[in-house]
Design a protein around this ligand. Sequence first.
Ligand code: GUN
Length: 279
Amino acid sequence: MAMLIDGKAISAQIKEELKKETALLAEEGRHVCLAVVQVGGDPASSIYVGNKKKACDQVGIESLSYELEEQTSEAELLSLIDRLNRDDKVNGILVQLPLPGHINEDAVIRAIHPDKDVDGFHPESVGRLCIGEKGFVPCTPAGIIQMLKRSGIEIEGKECVVVGRSNIVGKPMAMLLLRENGTVTVAHSRTKQLREVTKRADILVAAVGKPKFITAEYIKEGAVVVDVGIHRNENNKLCGDVDFDGVKEKAAAITPVPGGVGPMTIAMLMSNCVEAARK
Ligand code: GUN
């Protein structure tokens, strides 16, 4: 039976550390402030945004909430971002994705000033990550690295396989594992013989987007398995991209869903906000 990597507990530990940092910053008269923007009322996005604002409260970060109507035009959203870019009180800007179809997400991501890009999605942040310069790192992959490190799992020299190549998770995850001196393979929906590739992994990161897709046959005995997925199964229960019950018998360590990667993403967002304020 695999060791359970408790993302909830590690995230709580990180938030406690950040709470001390925000208190110290406050003593210097510096207050950390995150602007959270949501367009439309997608129920899943509302839950994520609510959790982010709750975490801000816990850590001592002020959150400013902008709940815009679904019909908001791209120009209106860009004008709000411009205002937030120029507001010295605001350290970080988070626009919850996905945006309604009539708004160009790339244009919105590019509009956020790189110094306030706490999501790490701006091309400048992406470029900095690729060439090893300091900059904001996307929260989910950054959280996964923290989770591995704080669980005593070494990355250097290990075979790391990332399944998924999204801009938010797969690509930055590969870059971060590489930065930690892992040997990295990125697999995706067009990968041939996927099972043969994933079975090489000492560390497997599943960001596939399909419920319980990664079964025990995809895993090497003793691997570390990180599950980025979040879905509802046929009984309306949360599950990940990994078939937890089957894989836990074969893996050395595994992240659960819920209580694994999800809470780490939010902790790293808080960490990026504190970093933004320190700059
Ligand atoms: N939607 C799903 N994940 C994320 C995230 O990390 N940041 C933002 N802004 N939107 C998301």
